[in-house]
Design a protein around this ligand. Structure first.
Ligand code: NOJ
Length: 763
């Protein structure tokens, strides 16, 4: 009797799943399918769906998941992350689908942050391209590769606005600006999810870290956040909301507290803002053990905080198993309701439904795709182009760049022959057995026999061996040279003596930024400063190729280096891309998306600041004005800044009218001319200032940008349409509207160097 019954159950389930799930995009069908499935589930099975476990090496906390296989068989796992490859994913999925009572397939996630096998520039670098097509395409390729290797969910995009480069995770975001950050959030979601989540080459995106994680006090990771609601709504929320508007499938809560309540149990944040105000209809997942961590925050024991989290609106619990181990008891005690558990379970099941997993749990387990679609030549080619577009030329005296392929080039510095560091932080799927070629190899290949390339390391990354060991993790080595510092510098000087130009590859190791990599001193380590000074003293031109995951404090370097090319961490083809730019095959066009301070003391520093009641009028110090005794107010390099090998001239700003009414539209334009010798791309930026308001308003806010290409001598008119939507802001009552009055429209090459014209806009 037993066998036929089982057979029948299996058959019924297969039929049930395939018929009900035939159309993944029909909400009514999805609802009736999930209603029917949930009617068959025990409370324990429902709670099991809320459990997300970690199955691989990529742990980002002290807790790891135990007894994963037996939990899968018991129906106690809804999703698993850090398990990859069709073979491994299939095996785990088989356990769920063949051995658990209800045979519900699992989600498979990973931190696919800036590429999967083909690693793209770190997100901060990518954002400096200001190129939404390139950005979307990088996410598209990441989704293509990840889905070919068994995955259906990425914990990206990370859209946390940050104005504090001490925070290591600035590397993972898109900088300081909500308007640009929103455009990038949208492009990333579109790239990962495409138009159809059930397609085999798209994956669910997860916007994170909701919310305000980038405003941690003192730039110290996981630290307290406290800010006004006006600031949240106007400056920090927009990119999360943009991702929701773009249809992001999932949202991850952040580690920090907001108004004294950690995000993971913050009902106002998850239910009132995210679900009710923004209309988010997908699944909300915690960050790694962020449910459990609320005990350390001081909210109570695991049972208490787990109940708080699900009641606040959290659906899935990452790794900590607070839901799995305590919700039954809380239900008995009346601390949570069946409706809370049902809601969360439905959200998880809907995600699976939308991906088409009930139709085919193995839809991402195609060995052929894994063989043919990973790290392809086409993907690497695209990465090389993207990387070159992320570089920001900070200085080019002479101009010394581009270099010619002749004579002798001395390449020195701790990052000149480093390979693993090129991929930057959060590149967990990179092939560390075959790391990218180093800059040294790329430059040698680029010049062939037409120039002589000499090399010396010149300095260790830092004098501090402990720090160097700390950042030589996750497969990224720095290969410390234990000879005394002066011996290393002397060796570099000998190499430099025979060269026409010196290229110094300096900066941070990849893991000096990223999670739990905050720094209080964000200048170049002294070992590298000394090397640079010695190189500059030779009197030869010194081009700094700067690797960094954050804005650094570089006032001295800016003074003494002949040129600085900021390359962030450029990815799998990064070294080739650097060579492309150094030798002028590609003209740099990246623009900063985060201000570079002159001093750590200026932080937080950002272009869209307020005027204050005592603004500094001139440039020098003035008593009783808002300024510092020891440093100017402005940054070393402002938001939007970046040079090109050519130069661009801007006309005055032309407006279609100086007086507008109601919902009329304003046309603002400039003519941009390529006044130099090279073809080049320019990001033309439009900012607005609302001169008088019921609330104080920023001095400038980015409200538009266009990337254009110009041949030498060519001129183009660039037009922007400004509508009253661009004037809206959240006032003290959190009402989102615009106020009539005077507005200044600025257009320029960066947030500092602009031309402007005024309009009066009445209701
Ligand atoms: C912790 C990080 O904050 C988050 O960004 C990441 O997605 C998870 N760990 C999973 O690795």
């Amino acid at each position: 009797m037993k066998f036929p019954f089982r057979c029948f159950t299996l058959l019924a389930l297969v039929l049930f799943y395939s018929i009900a799930n035939a159309q993944t995009s029909d909400p009514a069908k999805m609802k009736s399918f999930i209603d029917a499935l949930m009617a068959r589930m025990t409370t324990e099975e429902k709670i099991g769906q809320l459990n997300l476990v970690v199955g691989g090496e990529a742990t980002t906390g002290s807790v790891v998941s135990m007894d994963v296989s037996s939990k899968i068989r018991k129906g106690q796992v809804g999703g698993i992350f850090s398990v990859t490859t069709p073979n491994r994913v299939r095996k785990a999925q088989e356990m769920a689908v063949n051995e658990s009572r209800l045979k519900i397939p699992m989600l498979f996630g990973l931190d696919v942050i800036h590429g999967y096998k083909t690693i793209f520039p770190i997100p901060l670098g990518l954002s400096c391209s200001w190129d939404m097509q390139l950005i979307e395409q990088s996410a598209r390729i990441a989704a293509q590769e990840a889905s070919a290797d068994g995955l259906n969910w990425t914990f990206s995009p990370m859209v946390d606005i940050s104005r504090d480069p001490r925070w290591g995770r600035v590397a993972e975001g898109s900088g300081e600006d909500p308007y640009l950050g929103s455009a990038i959030a949208k492009a990333m979601v579109k790239g990962y999810q495409g138009d159809d989540l059930s397609a085999k080459n798209t994956i669910m995106a997860c916007v994170k870290h909701y919310a305000l994680y980038g405003a941690a006090e003192g730039g110290r990771d996981y630290n307290t956040v406290d800010m006004s609601r006006v600031r949240m709504y106007n400056e920090y929320f927009p990119p999360y909301k943009a991702a929701v508007d773009a249809g992001v499938a999932t949202v991850m809560t952040s580690f920090n507290e907001i108004d004294g309540i950690p995000a993971t149990a913050n009902k106002w944040l998850i239910t009132d803002v995210l679900r009710k105000q923004w209309g988010f209809r997908g699944m909300v997942v915690s960050d790694y053990t962020s449910v459990n961590e609320m005990t350390s925050h001081g909210l109570g024991d695991l049972k208490t905080v787990s109940a708080l989290a699900i009641k606040a609106g959290l659906d899935m619990d990452m790794v900590g198993e607070g839901f799995l181990t305590t919700l039954q008891q809380s239900l008995k005690e009346g601390k949570v309701t069946m409706a809370d558990i049902n809601r969360a379970c439905r959200m998880v099941l809907e995600s699976k439904y939308k991906l088409g997993l009930f139709e085919d749990p193995y839809r991402y387990c195609d060995e052929n795709r894994a063989k043919n679609e990973l790290f392809t030549e086409a993907n690497r080619k695209q990465e090389r182009i993207t990387a070159a577009h992320s570089f920001v030329l900070l200085k080019n005296q002479g101009p010394v760049l581009p270099l010619s392929r002749k004579g002798s080039i001395a390449l020195v510095g701790p990052l000149a022959d480093s390979r693993e560091n090129l991929v930057g932080t959060w590149s967990v799927a990179a092939d560390y057995a075959n790391p990218p070629i180093s800059l040294l190899t790329a430059i040698k290949q680029a010049v062939g026999s037409s120039a002589n390339v000499l090399y010396a390391k010149g300095a260790n990354l830092t004098r501090d061996a402990d720090m160097e060991a700390r950042v030589s993790i996750f497969g990224k080595k720095m290969e410390r040279d234990n000879r005394p510092a002066d011996v290393l510098i002397d060796e570099a000087l000998k190499v430099a003596a025979g060269a026409d130009v010196i290229v110094a590859a300096l900066g941070e190791a990849a893991e000096m930024t990223g999670e739990s990599s905050s720094r209080s001193d964000i200048s170049l380590p002294s070992s590298q400063k000394d090397l640079l000074k010695a190189l500059v003293n030779t009197g030869k031109p010194v081009v700094v190729v700067l690797f960094t995951g954050r804005p650094l404090v570089l006032p001295e370097e800016e003074k003494i280096a002949t040129a600085i090319l900021n390359v962030w961490f450029p990815g799998s083809e990064g070294a080739n891309a650097i060579a492309d730019v150094l030798f002028g095959d590609v003209n740099p066009s990246g623009k900063l998306t985060a201000s570079f301070p002159r001093s750590v003391g200026q932080i937080p520093i950002y272009y869209s600041s307020k005027n204050t009641g005592r603004p500094l009028v001139g440039t020098g110090f003035e008593k009783f004005r808002s300024n510092y005794l020891d440093v100017p107010n402005d940054p070393l390099f402002p938001f939007g800044y970046g040079l090109s090998y050519t130069s661009f001239g801007y006309s005055e700003v032309k407006l279609s009218s100086a007086n507008l009414k109601g919902n009329q539209k304003l046309e603002a334009s400039v003519t941009v001319t390529n006044t130099g010798k090279y073809a080049g791309e320019e990001v033309v930026q439009l900012y607005i200032r609302d001169i008088v308001g019921t609330n104080t308003r920023p001095l400038k806010e980015l409200k538009g940008f266009r990337k254009i290409s110009l041949q030498p001598g060519e001129a183009k008119q660039v037009n922007f349409t400004v509508s009253t939507d661009d004037l809206r802001f959240y006032n003290n009552d959190l009402k989102y509207d615009w106020e009539p009055g005077a507005f200044r429209i600025f257009i320029g090459t960066n947030s500092r160097d602009t031309k402007s014209a005024d309009v009066n806009w009445t209701k």
